[in-house]
Design a protein around this ligand. Structure first.
Ligand SMILES: C[S@@+](CC[C@H](N)C(=O)[O-])C[C@H]1O[C@@H](n2cnc3c(N)ncnc32)[C@H](O)[C@@H]1O
Length: 260
């Protein structure tokens, strides 16, 4: 796990789009300016860095050292973030926090056990905020399909890379976060979706692909140059203009104990 995300970290930091100002604004307003926020599975600070400017303090925790190093580099000048190597199994050993944010990371954890720990650790008004791709209507977890994805999927298959190979709890159970939260003490749910448009070029799409754990440089090993060449050729054969538009929809799901 650590190695897969570790080798993806430079690509993650450079090519994964952030969640955008409207998402940060919503999180900041929801959690409040006085909060100490734990960003669990923080990666390179995708949420931690913009949120730190709007809240009291952020504790940014991730198991991958390389992700934390990217975060520290990107956060230069932001003083109220503490970067800590750790994971969802060490929550009780962390300094105190008031709220938790998890951006595309909850599915990597034993979700029920994390919520049991958070019920003990969070103060009465504490919120659990999940940030990630919005789902298609009627789908349990599948985000919007993008025009380049069938091409990427075909090239990944040629290299034996399968998105479903990742041993995460989405793929293991198909159970959406809503259902896991609804069965927990944090069953008061509020969802907001924020959309925006992005334009990709071919280098961006290749970098994006290398930021995923199932097709990271560590997973590819010495096949990395051949993969990059094959992906570039397939993408440009399909779309010689080399520009792809994406409508990016991000869901913020805020969970609280009822009545708080
Ligand atoms: C897809 S990245 C998300 C990074 C960032 N939060 C974002 O929103 O872009 C998932 C992150 O979760 C981390 N992770 C994986 N398993 C974890 C666990 N059990 N506890 C905490 N973080 C974990 C990975 O190292 C990786 O950095």
């Amino acid at each position: 796990m650590e190695d897969l995300f570790g080798s993806a970290a430079p690509y993650y930091a450079r090519y994964r789009p952030g969640y955008g100002p409207a998402t940060t604004e919503h999180l900041a307003t929801t959690l409040g300016a006085d909060g100490r926020v734990l960003d669990l599975g923080c990666g390179p600070g995708t949420i931690a860095i913009p949120l730190a400017r709007r809240t009291k303090a952020v504790l940014a925790v991730d198991p991958a050292r390389e992700m934390l190093a990217e975060g520290g580099r990107l956060a230069e000048g932001v003083a109220n973030i503490t970067w800590l190597q750790g994971d969802s199994t060490v929550l009780r050993a962390l300094p105190p926090f008031d709220h938790v944010v998890m951006g595309r990371s909850f599915h990597w954890m034993d979700r029920r056990s994390v919520l049991v720990d958070l019920d003990e650790l969070l103060p009465p008004g504490g919120a659990v905020a999940l940030v990630g791709p919005a789902r298609q209507p009627g789908e349990p977890w599948q985000p919007d399909a993008q025009p380049w994805q069938p091409i990427e999927r075909r090239v990944c298959e040629e290299f034996g890379l399968d998105i479903h190979s990742a041993a995460n709890s989405f793929h293991a159970t198909g159970e959406h976060h809503d259902d896991v939260l609804a069965a927990s003490p944090f069953c008061g749910l509020e969802s907001r979706v924020f959309t925006r448009s992005l334009t990709w070029d071919v280098d961006g799409l290749i970098g994006l692909q290398l930021s995923y754990s199932y097709s990271s440089p560590a997973r590819l090993g010495d096949r990395l140059p051949a993969f990059v060449m094959a992906l570039r050729r397939a993408l440009l054969d399909d779309n010689p203009a080399g520009r792809w538009e994406q409508r990016l929809a991000t869901e913020v799901l805020v969970a609280r104990r009822p009545g708080r």
